[in-house]
Structures are given as C-alpha cells and as structure tokens.
Design a protein. Structure first.
Length: 136
C-alpha cells in the first residue's frame, strides 16, 4: 500500500470524547472501535456500535468528512425492574476525512448485529490496472 493510498481514509481520533458544541444531547459520548481494511477496489470500515438500531443511526457526508452518530436507547420492558445496570446508554460519535480516492456517490452502509459496515469504493482512476501496449 502506498502512502497516498494509506491516506485515503484518515481517522480523526479521540479516545476520550468531551461533548462538543454541536452535540446538544446530554449523556456520555462513546468513540466506536473501528477496523479498516483495503483492497484494490475499495476500503471497508467496520465500526462497533452495539445497542444502536438502524433508526437511531446517522451517517453524514459533508465536505469530505464522514460523520457517524448512533444513539443507544434504554431497553425497558413493562413489569420489569432493573436489578443491575452495567450497560451504558449514550451516543456513539466518530469522524473520518475522506480523500479524493473515494467515490463518495457509491458509499454503502449496513448495520448488522451491532457492527456498522461501510463500503467505500475507490474512484476508477485510483484503481490499479494493467495498460496494454500496442506495437506501432
């Protein structure tokens, strides 16, 4: 992987996240753990967001910045009283800066079993290919 390719997706890392001015919801803000994989055609991003439902997940892309936010809502069942609560309720928040190597119009997202999978296809020009040489 070249240096240019490795910079195709740069994480804006924050291990401890303090609420920023743009987040108006009170409560803890978590940084989801992320794994990033790359091949010739695309970059795949896996973000752990347990407890987030699809309707509470927001993926925003503005000015080459991909922002992930997801809310974990409390699970309460009628007639039950919590005896022990170790699972924390709050919001997941993470930002990534995309380079021009990513075809932003073709980004796909899927949430399954608490893991968000983002498929970030590379633009055609960034995809390595062989060029045939014609005899003159």
């Amino acid at each position: 992987m070249t240096e240019k390719e490795s910079k195709a997706l740069q994480a804006k890392e924050k291990t401890e996240m303090a609420p920023s001015a743009e987040l108006t919801r009170t409560g803890p803000v978590f940084t989801p753990a992320v794994d990033i994989f790359e091949n010739e055609n695309e970059i795949t991003l896996l973000a752990d967001m347990p407890g987030v439902k699809t309707k509470h997940l927001n993926i925003d892309l503005r000015e080459d910045v991909l922002t992930l936010t997801g809310d974990v809502e409390p699970q309460e069942n009628a007639g039950e009283v919590a005896v022990l609560k170790e699972y924390r309720i709050g919001r997941y928040f993470r930002k990534f800066t995309l380079s021009n190597l990513i075809d932003q119009a073709k980004i796909e997202a899927e949430l399954r079993d608490g893991v968000l999978r983002l498929r970030l296809p590379k633009v055609e020009a960034a995809t390595p290919r062989k060029i045939a040489v014609k005899a003159g």
